[in-house]
Design a protein. Sequence first.
Length: 130
Amino acid sequence: MVKEFTYKGKTIEELKKLTLQEFAKLVPARSRRSLNRGFTDAQKKLMDKIRKTNQGVYKKQIKTHCRNIVILPEMMGLKIHIYNGKVFNQVEIQPEMIGHFLGEFALTRQTIKHSAPGIGATRSSAFQSK
């Protein structure tokens, strides 16, 4: 038996029917404040692309530098390429991501992997204990 996803007691279909103001009441404070302030020009442009993609008008992949937009229910199932400062990371929007920001899913910093000393290292750093 598959458990159906709910967000604050509402199913995905119910969330998609909500207006932006009604949805803003469900999300945490930081996301609510961002939604109540309204979209910036870059966010409006991204939302236009998302809505055109949902209607089947826009066929290209969605690429964006806009990392500070809240993930809305109408974005469900889309693959969005989010810029992390170097490359575009493809992120598929899952139900669990609703209410978070896009930038949370395209990390800007990589894990550091140290190895042997490089060229030009001092003599003492070339001898490592084994």
